[in-house]
Design a protein around this ligand. Structure first.
Ligand SMILES: [Zn+2]
Length: 124
């Protein structure tokens, strides 16, 4: 469980502000990326661009599991979107899920055979 850096209270990854001292728990830029994307999704849960932005913001904030959840949802709705599979592969690698990561990178190369970062990731 992460802790507030100001007061040490236990906080969750979903929180933008500490409930006990109200300190901001992440950088302002990432916080507003997350809040903008969540607002867009509240208005339209099918807004895949907003969901993808939310996933990237979670990734930047180090909220890996939340980022994975959102990327999985985008990839299911838009299976031909190569970069979603690439980002998912990167996060799976980060969490030690090597076989799942390789599956994602292979999928990227099926969609975009010249995708240089996916090729590099697979060739190690
Ligand atoms: Zn606090």
């Amino acid at each position: 469980m992460p802790k507030c850096s100001s007061c040490g209270a236990e906080v969750t990854e979903e929180m933008s502000f500490c409930p006990s001292c109200n300190a901001s728990l992440r950088s302002d830029a990432i916080t507003s990326m997350i809040e903008d994307a969540r607002r867009a999704l509240n208005m339209n849960p099918n807004d895949l661009a907003a969901r993808y932005n939310l996933a990237l913001a979670y990734k930047l904030a180090g909220m890996t599991e939340l980022a994975v959840n959102e990327l999985v949802r985008v990839s299911e709705a838009q299976p031909d979107f190569a970069d979603v599979h690439y980002e998912l592969g990167v996060l799976y690698l980060k969490t030690g899920r090597v076989e799942e990561a390789k599956g994602c990178f292979r999928r990227v190369l099926e969609l975009e055979p010249e995708h240089p970062r996916a090729r590099k990731a697979l060739e190690g």
